[in-house]
Design a protein around this ligand. Structure first.
Ligand code: ADP
Ligand code: MG
Length: 396
């Protein structure tokens, strides 16, 4: 079967006029001889009546902490509504469709509520629907565990649903429709001159997603890569060709850098050695790891250890450091900027060029690191938009 997965994000299904655009994308797929499988997110972003964040705000924090199964049931409602509303719209356009929950579409997961992982797939029902030339409209972001209880796949989970279905049904392509023309050289909300990247490899896209480019979820990229199904990021509102992601990617020899991403909400911690706490100091990184605190940008010197953590782990780490009598300082509200390019390693002087350009505009660089494909620098959150614009002007 010539199957195409078409996933539409929250903004794409948020209003009547946008849903009409969705219908036109489905119509086009049918006209081109494909059997589309539509995957939808909840309608709208925070503040919209059925958006995921709105549903989440209906229950108390302490209830959420102790009732993760119930919270998943609540969260699934946003996508349920979307599927039926979308089927209504397709019906108005004369397209036969049927709404399906994630479980009905065959996504079987473990019991890890709020961020469940795929354990099995059951394609029979969805395949029988496709065989009858009916368009399945699947609720994204959710699955069902072996006992039939609803689960959710974690934030960005509708992208993952689309990728799972693509692999399960051996689709020709997984199309992710959103409100921008594809993966851009930087977040277009920050850099207005950001350009669409026509094609990328799975690996490079995974890096982008992991390092903060919200436009696609890293698990979706990983899933599509494992099944070797091409992934395409497109705009619901335009006819742009989007960004094509496959194992080959794209090389523009003139450009050393593919793009710039960032993650806000980082906290930099520096711990200095004090003679009377030598033993604790020696083991501190392991102890933090044992407490499930994930560390990033780690620099080790004989008398000092510097690293960053996510804001959410701040209280936890401060308790540990204090109880172990550690001598530490902390800088809050930091942002990690990633400059990504598959040929970055070995470009002489590139880190110096980045640091000079930022410091010239009085933006302090708190830390840097580099790998084969990425250069990271840590700055204060206040400077992030300006810093990304400066680096984009230099490299892209
Ligand atoms: P959806 O609701 O369709 O899933 P998301 O909000 O998850 O949409 O993702 C789309 C948003 O990702 C865009 O509006 C854009 O602001 C943001 N974004 C961040 N970095 C990038 C990037 N490098 N390229 C494109 N979009 C990006
Ligand atoms: Mg998204």
């Amino acid at each position: 079967m010539n199957i195409l997965i078409q996933k539409f994000g929250g903004t794409s299904v948020s209003s009547n006029s946008r849903r009409k655009q969705v219908v036109s994308k489905v119509k086009k797929a049918l006209a081109d001889g494909f059997k589309p499988v539509v995957v939808v997110s909840a309608m709208g972003r925070k503040g919209a009546p059925y958006a995921t964040d709105t549903l989440l705000s209906l229950v108390d924090d302490n209830f959420k902490a102790d009732n993760r199964q119930a919270v998943d049931l609540l969260l699934c409602c946003g996508e349920f509504i979307s599927t039926v509303v979308m089927c209504n719209e397709l019906n108005n356009a004369g397209i036969k469709s049927v709404p399906l929950t994630g479980g009905q579409a065959g996504i079987i997961t473990d019991d890890n509520y709020n961020s469940a992982e795929l354990t099995d797939t059951k394609p029979d029902l969805i395949e029988s629907i496709l065989a009858k030339d009916i368009v399945p409209v699947v609720a994204g972001f959710q699955g069902i565990n072996k006992d039939g209880i609803l689960t959710t796949l974690g934030r960005g989970g509708s992208d993952t649903s689309a990728a799972i279905l693509g692999v399960m049904l051996k689709a020709k392509e997984i199309q992710i429709y959103t409100d921008v023309d594809g993966i851009m050289t930087a977040d277009p909300r920050i850099v207005h001159s950001a350009e669409r990247i026509p094609a990328m490899s799975y690996n490079e896209t995974f890096q982008f997603a992991e390092q903060g480019a919200k436009v696609i979820h890293p698990r979706a990229v990983e899933t599509a890569m494992k099944g070797n199904i091409p992934l395409v990021i497109k705009n619901t509102m335009t006819d742009s060709e989007g960004t094509i992601i496959n194992s080959m990617g794209y090389r523009d020899s003139k450009k050393l850098i593919t793009g710039i991403t960032h993650i806000a909400g980082r906290v930099q911690i520096s711990i200095r050695l004090r003679d009377n706490t030598k033993e604790n100091y020696k083991h501190i990184l392991k102890i933090l790891g044992d407490n499930n605190i994930s560390l990033d940008l780690i620099n080790i010197f004989p008398n000092e250890k510097i690293f960053t953590i996510d804001e959410k782990d701040k209280d936890n780490i401060l308790n540990i450091l204090t109880s172990m009598n550690m001598n530490y300082t902390m800088i809050e509200k930091c942002c990690k900027i990633s400059i990504i390019g598959s040929m970055i390693r070995g470009i002489p002087g590139i880190v110096a060029k980045i640091v000079d350009a930022l410091e010239e505009k009085n933006i302090d660089v708190l830390q840097t690191a580099d790998s084969h494909t990425t250069i990271w620098c840590l700055i204060k959150e206040d400077n992030v938009n300006e810093a990304i614009q400066i680096l984009h002007d230099i490299f892209l």
